[in-house]
Design a binder for this molecule. Structure first.
Ligand code: AHR
Length: 514
C-alpha cells in the first residue's frame, strides 16, 4: 500500500514538472494598435553597414545598384516591410555634420569616424543618398540630429533643408541647387543619441534643457507634425526617464528613447562568441533579452506618472544581441554572425513590444546590415538573410493590427537553478479580420505544448509557419545561405474553442486563424 501511494505521488510530481503551458486569448477585447514603427531598423555609419553594405558606389558594375545602393538589399527589406530606418547613428550621429555630405561628391570633406574603427569617412553617402534610398525602400526616415558636437543652428538648418517647400528659404534653395526640388517631409527626428554617454556625457537635467532648446527651432513638415525623440536612458536608468518626463513640456516631446542590448559583459573581447556560445551563455543572453519586459514595464510606469494618457511614446530605438566580432574582422566594425539564438531574441522581444503597444510605439533593431544583430549580411556580391530577418518577416503581420490581449502561463526554462519563462506569445487582429498569434519557445532542449483558450470569437481553421533548425548554434552562411528559413507548420490544431500548439525546442511560429 505504502509503495502504491509513493508511486501515485511520484506520478503527480512528474505531471506537475511537465505542466502544460496555457493561455487565454480575448479575441473581442482589442483596443490598442500595434504601431508598425515597432518593426523599425537602424543604419549607422559603422563598419560595413553603409559603405560596403547598402552603398557600393555609383561606379560599381559587379553589384546591381541604383545610385550606388544595392538592389538586392532593397528587395529584401521591401519584403520585410520595414516601416522606418534610423540614420546616421548611434554614436556617429553626434559627430556628423550634415553639410559635409551634400553637393558634388568629389568636393566633400573627409573626417575620421572616431567611434567606429578610426576609419576615414569620405561623406560620399549623405542626406540625399539616404533620403532617396528611403523613398526606394518605401520606408520613413528617422534622422538622429547632432546635439553632442553640433549646434542649434546646424540642426535647424538640416530640418529646413529637408522639410521646407521649394523656394521658401535659403536652405530649401540650397537643396534645389543640389538637385532636389520637393522636400522629403521627414517627421521622425532624434534630438541627439545616448546623451548620457557617447552623445556628450551629459547629466539628465542638463540634457533636458538642451533638448528644449534644440526642439524649439526644428522645422516641421507641411504634411504632418514632427515626431521628436529625446535621447533616452540606458537599460534600468529610470531616473533619466523621470527627469525628461518632468522637465520637458509634453507639447514639444513625442517620444522618449531607451536602449537595451542583450550583452553579457561590455569589456572588449569579453562578450560571447556569436556562434560558439556555451549553454550557460545562451541562458544568460536570454535572461538579458527577457529583461526587456521588466525594463519597458518600469519605464512605462514612470512615464504614466507624468503622462497618464500615454501621449508620449516609449521608443526602444536600439535593441538586439551584442557579441564578440567575428575572427579577423575589425573590432570597431561590430560584424557578428546570427544563429537561432538571435531568432529567439527577436521572437521574444517582439512579443514583449507587441504586448506593450499602448506605450511602445516605435523600436529599432540594431542594426540592419552587417552590424550587430543584422537581418542581412553581405560579402562582396553575396548577400544572406539571417534567422533574425525571417522572424521579422514572419512577425510583420502584426504591423498596424489591433493587439489582442493574451494571458500566458508558461513552463520554466531552467538552467543551473535559475529559470525563465520558456514560451512567450502575442496576438493581433488585422484589417482583414485575420487573427495572428506569434509564439517563441526559448527552451533549447524541451519542446513545449501550449493550449490556448479562444474567447470571444469562433475560429474554424489554423495555418502557420515555423522557424526552427536542427541545432541551436546553426546559422546561414555564404556557402549555405538557406539552411534556416521558415517552413509550413502543421503543429497547431483547433478543436472547439481550444487551440493546441506543439512548439519544438528553440523555435518561433506565427499562426493565422480564421
Ligand atoms: O549600435 C551601436 C552603438 O550602440 C550605437 O552607436 C550607440 O548608440 C550604442 O551605444
Amino acid at each position: 500500500m505504502k509503495k502504491q501511494l509513493l508511486a501515485v505521488a511520484c506520478l503527480g510530481l512528474s505531471f506537475l514538472g511537465n505542466a502544460q503551458n496555457t493561455a487565454t486569448l480575448q479575441a473581442d477585447s482589442g483596443k490598442v494598435t500595434i504601431n508598425k514603427h515597432i518593426y523599425g531598423h537602424f543604419a549607422e555609419h559603422l563598419g560595413t553597414c553603409i559603405y560596403g553594405g547598402f552603398y557600393v558606389g555609383e561606379n560599381n558594375t559587379k553589384i546591381p545598384n541604383k545610385d550606388g545602393v544595392r538592389l538586392d538589399i532593397i528587395d529584401a527589406l521591401k519584403k520585410l516591410k520595414i516601416p522606418n530606418l534610423r540614420w546616421p547613428g548611434g554614436c556617429f550621429a553626434d559627430t556628423y555634420h550634415w553639410k559635409d555630405g551634400i553637393g558634388p561628391k568629389a568636393q566633400r570633406p573627409a573626417m575620421v569616424n572616431t567611434w567606429w574603427g578610426g576609419v576615414t569617412e569620405d561623406n560620399s553617402f549623405g542626406t540625399h543618398d539616404f533620403l532617396n534610398m528611403c523613398e526606394l525602400l518605401g520606408t520613413e526616415p528617422y534622422i538622429s540630429g547632432n546635439v553632442g558636437s553640433g549646434t542649434v543652428q546646424e540642426l535647424k538648418d538640416w530640418t529646413q533643408y529637408i522639410n521646407l517647400g521649394a523656394g521658401t528659404s535659403p536652405m530649401s534653395k540650397l537643396r534645389e541647387q543640389n538637385g532636389r526640388e520637393k522636400p522629403w517631409n521627414v517627421s521622425i527626428w532624434g534630438v541627439g543619441n545616448e546623451a548620457w554617454g557617447c552623445g556628450g556625457n551629459m547629466t539628465a537635467d542638463y540634457y533636458a534643457n538642451i533638448y528644449r532648446q534644440y526642439a524649439t527651432f526644428m522645422a516641421g513638415t507641411d504634411k504632418k507634425g514632427l515626431f521628436r525623440v529625446a535621447s533616452g536612458a540606458s537599460d534600468a536608468d529610470y531616473k533619466w526617464t523621470e527627469t525628461l518626463m518632468k522637465n520637458i513640456p509634453h507639447n514639444m516631446l513625442e517620444g522618449v528613447a531607451i536602449h537595451h542590448y542583450s550583452v553579457l559583459s561590455w569589456g572588449e573581447g569579453q562578450k560571447t562568441s556569436a556562434t560558439e556560445y556555451t549553454d550557460k551563455e545562451y541562458f544568460k543572453t536570454m535572461q538579458q533579452a527577457l529583461l526587456m519586459d521588466e525594463l519597458v514595464t518600469k519605464h512605462s510606469a514612470v512615464m504614466d506618472k507624468y503622462d497618464p494618457k500615454k501621449k508620449v511614446a516609449l521608443v526602444v530605438d536600439e535593441w538586439g544581441g551584442w557579441y564578440n566580432v567575428e575572427n579577423g574582422t575589425n573590432p570597431g566594425f561590430l560584424f557578428q554572425q546570427n544563429t537561432m539564438r538571435d531568432a529567439m531574441i527577436a521572437g521574444a522581444t517582439l512579443n514583449i513590444f507587441n504586448n506593450h503597444a499602448d506605450r511602445i510605439r516605435m523600436a529599432n533593431l540594431a542594426q540592419v546590415v552587417n552590424v550587430l544583430q543584422a537581418v542581412i549580411l553581405t560579402k562582396e556580391e553575396k548577400m544572406i538573410l539571417t534567422p533574425t530577418y525571417h522572424v521579422m518577416e514572419m512577425y510583420n503581420v502584426h504591423q498596424d493590427a489591433t493587439l489582442l490581449p493574451i494571458k500566458v502561463k508558461s513552463n520554466d526554462f531552467v538552467f543551473e537553478g535559475e529559470k525563465l519563462p520558456a514560451v512567450s506569445v502575442s496576438a493581433s487582429k488585422d484589417a482583414k479580420g485575420l487573427t495572428h498569434i506569434s509564439l517563441t519557445n526559448v527552451d533549447p532542449k524541451n519542446p513545449q505544448e501550449i493550449t490556448i483558450d479562444l474567447k470571444g470569437a469562433k475560429y474554424v481553421s489554423v495555418s502557420g509557419r515555423i522557424l526552427a533548425s536542427e541545432k541551436l548554434r546553426d546559422f546561414n552562411s555564404f556557402d549555405n545561405p538557406n539552411k534556416i528559413q521558415p517552413k509550413a507548420f502543421s503543429g497547431a490544431t483547433i478543436s472547439g474553442n481550444q487551440l493546441k500548439v506543439k512548439l519544438p525546442a528553440f523555435s518561433v511560429a506565427v499562426l493565422e486563424l480564421k
